[in-house]
Design a protein around this ligand. Structure first.
Ligand SMILES: Cc1ncc(COP(=O)(O)O)c(C=O)c1O
Length: 402
């Protein structure tokens, strides 16, 4: 007789959610019922017609044909790490090649860093709303996400006093996502300097997620570490967004030059050994990206700014919806005045079932479900977005009356 009992699932998994992808299961049901779904849930430029630059594709193609199909060193190939180190130096955060590690996107960089820094029960300060990677990785580690406020009344800027108040002896890092997903906020220098001052005074390092740094509508953002190269900062980025190659899963992390970070750097390298290496041929695109033509980025940012303006003006024109203007990337975080007793998820699921438009509810990013926030990815062409906003207007008028 063999047992029929389900095999045990780790209890940590109950804390692991990824709303951006979890909502897709609902969308599939709507599709199965015969309705076309318009996916505004994932920040991937490729399905919306934006393309990876040919010189990056050539670099990967050449690497494969030249036989670079084996494992690389776990920190990545030297030429690409040198290109990243040169990039950081030229942007005012000199780190040295020894402090650069190539990763399977920003995601793996964050996972390696948090794995190196946080034990079970430790705390990491995470913004609300947050990109869900942080809460997901912390759930896997058994560590605790402690949420700090960012303020929609103040351009979604972080409340630095709130961060300071929430630091305890267990706090291992402060996560700063700038430019931000899901709000599109770009932090001014004064806010950035206040965050750095807090890192110095508290001793708690900053994990700077800078994956949208080159997609500001007013130009690229300076690296956080360029404001103070001796501050305890680890910086993360990738080819996913600003180089339009998210499926390649290739990126990097740079550990600031502060000697306080040396042990963390060694721990990250130890963990990196355990996953062998990031995708080999794709590492060859990094040098091509950072040393080559970047003119596509300005055009991409211009296209995004047009879509952001359309999004903000059309959503703010809907009675019951308000939307703070994003300043970078391809996300907006509007708020709908919910009928009493309803949640942001009720709104998003009803919108999906009735119109086929798929957004993500704000509570999937750590916001209170009763606040009525939802995230829109505005990568679609303007005429399509315009039709979507017409439908959101009609739906919202009916739904909020019901
Ligand atoms: C803020 C933020 N960080 C990290 C990531 C993951 O990026 P990557 O593809 O580089 O792993 C994303 C993807 O949407 C993101 O929005």
């Amino acid at each position: 007789m063999s047992t029929q009992a389900p095999v045990h699932v780790a209890t940590r998994i109950s804390g692991f959610t990824y709303a951006i992808r979890n909502v897709v299961a609902e969308a599939r049901k709507v599709e199965a019922a015969g309705r076309t779904v318009r996916y505004l849930n994932i920040g991937d430029p490729i399905p919306f017609g934006f393309q990876t630059s040919p010189h990056l594709i050539e670099a990967v193609d050449r690497a494969m044909r030249d036989g670079h199909n084996g494992y690389t060193a776990s920190v990545g190939i030297l030429s690409a790490r040198e290109a990243v180190a040169r990039e950081y130096e030229s942007r005012g955060m000199p780190v040295g090649v020894d402090r650069v590690i190539l990763t399977a996107g920003t995601s793996e960089g964050i996972e390696l860093a948090l794995g190196a820094m946080a034990d079970a029960g430790d705390e990491v300060l995470v913004p609300t709303p947050t990109y869900p990677l942080y809460t997901a990785v912390l759930a896997k580690l058994g560590a605790k996400a402690v949420f700090y406020r960012t303020d929609p009344e103040d351009h979604w800027l972080p409340d630095v006093a709130d961060i300071a108040a929430k630091i305890t002896p267990l706090t291992r890092a402060i996560v700063v996502i700038d430019p931000n997903n899901p709000t599109g906020a770009v932090y001014p220098e004064a806010t950035r300097l206040a965050l750095i001052a807090l890192a110095h005074s508290s001793g708690v390092p900053i994990l700077a997620d800078e994956v949208y740094g080159d997609l500001g509508f007013d130009g690229p953002s300076p690296l956080l570490g360029s404001l103070d190269p001796d501050a305890p900062i680890l910086s993360f980025s990738s080819l996913s967004k600003a180089y339009v190659a998210p499926g390649w899963r290739v990126g990097w992390l740079s550990v600031g030059r502060s000697p306080r970070l040396n042990d963390v750097l060694a721990a990250i390298k130890k963990l990196a050994d355990g996953r062998l290496c990031s995708t080999g041929p794709m590492q060859y695109a990094i040098e091509a990206a950072l040393n080559g033509d970047r003119s596509h980025q300005r055009e991409f940012a211009r296209q995004l700014a047009i879509r952001a303006d359309l999004t903000v003006s059309r959503l703010n024109a809907i009675s019951g919806i308000t939307c703070v203007a994003p300043r970078a990337a391809f996300y907006a975080m509007p708020k709908v005045a919910l009928p009493s007793g309803k949640t942001d998820e009720d709104f998003v699921l009803a919108l999906l079932r009735q119109t086929g438009i798929l957004c993500v509810y704000g509570s999937g990013f750590g916001l209170p479900a009763a606040d009525g926030f939802f995230r829109v990815v505005f990568l679609a062409p303007p005429d399509l977005l315009s039709a979507i906003y017409d439908d959101i207007a009609t739906f919202t008028a009916e739904w909020t009356r019901s």
